[in-house]
Design a protein around this ligand. Structure first.
Ligand code: SAM
Length: 304
């Protein structure tokens, strides 16, 4: 089989699938307080359509799938989608990115359906800070969700991701590190990126740096897509909830896989479109450069 590579020789292995644009949080760095104009049901890919795209993508070389959103756990019956995806031969890893608020109820069903990895987004361990940032006073439920996850060792590792925001995150770095020492969590900070709907991002808000510790059961790390871009090793593509394939978080163009799917195209047609989009994958994002153009969608509409 031909390798799935782009025109710069990067081997593409990972597909992030957004299954909804809706979210039950309103994080200030992502969505306006009143939400966004949501997609209509007919615009969103059905589970059958997602499964088909996933199957075709895996047949040509994708190995890892991550489900995201919006908040993926607000979509009904997600364990059923997990179960269907797990059946696809060639899939090596199936993970989920969630804000954790519905995990207490759903962790068991997700584990049973075959989810293998998870990322829980958590930006503050202080109730008031958390409530202000997410515009929801739900820290306790997220922590309960994380605890619940620990009962299902087949979901491993449990990664906890915090957005690193200058003058917001610093004071809690050690508390998060202590959490990762006590619990088997892999703790990571990800730089604030210019993907917020309200356009509040400023270069001055990013918090850069790298710290590690070794005497605990978890891990900590910083991921710095803005200050230390890793585009040269990017192996990722993204499918939005409305079926648009994006080959970079900051892409300004998309491939309309939904239109192809709904035009009675064959699997070969779909595969060809995916290969072609990948071939044209952007060299890099241009944050901090004159050439940088904001993407036409915010993170929640792309699928983070
Ligand atoms: N609702 C799920 C969650 O909270 O993990 C999945 C979707 S959310 C858009 C995915 C991740 O994107 C979250 O960790 C969130 O913190 C992150 N995110 C959203 N906007 C961001 C921005 N402007 N810069 C950096 N990360 C961002």
């Amino acid at each position: 089989m031909e390798l799935l590579v782009d025109s710069y020789g990067r081997r593409i292995k990972s597909l992030r699938i957004s299954i909804t644009d809706k979210c039950n949080f309103r994080c200030t760095y992502c969505m306006p307080a009143e939400g966004l104009p949501w997609l209509k049901k007919a615009e969103i890919l059905s589970y059958e359509e997602i499964e088909r795209i996933a199957r075709v993508a895996i047949s040509i070389g994708i190995e890892q799938i991550r489900l995201t959103g919006g908040e993926p756990l607000v979509r009904r019956d997600i364990p059923e989608l997990v179960r269907q995806l797990r059946k696809i031969e060639g899939l090596r890893s199936l993970s989920l990115t969630t804000n954790g608020i519905l995990l207490k109820q759903q962790a068991g069903a997700l584990a049973e359906a075959g989810l293998t990895r998870i990322n829980v987004s958590l930006d503050s361990l202080v109730r008031e800070k958390f409530a202000k940032l997410t515009r929801r006073d739900q820290l306790a439920r997220v922590l309960e969700g994380l605890e619940e996850l620990e009962r299902y060792p087949t979901i491993h590792p449990i990664k906890v991701n915090a957005v690193a925001i200058k003058d917001y995150s610093e004071e809690e770095v050690l508390d998060f590190v202590r959490l990762a020492r006590r619990k088997a969590y892999v703790m990571r900070w990800i730089e604030f990126m210019p993907l917020d709907a309200d356009q509040i991002w400023r270069k001055e808000d990013i918090l850069t740096g790298r710290y590690t510790f070794s005497d605990g059961i978890g891990e900590v790390g910083f991921i710095n897509p803005v200050s230390e871009p890793f585009c040269a090793t990017c192996d990722r593509i993204r499918l939005t909830a409305d079926g648009q394939l994006r080959t970079c978080l900051f892409a300004t163009e998309e491939t309309d896989l939904r239109a192809i799917l709904r035009s009675n195209a064959s699997d070969e047609d779909l595969a060809k479109a995916i290969r072609q989009a990948i071939w044209n994958k952007e060299l890099k994002h241009y944050i901090g450069d004159k050439r940088f153009k904001r993407a036409n969608r915010s993170m929640s509409m792309i699928g983070g």
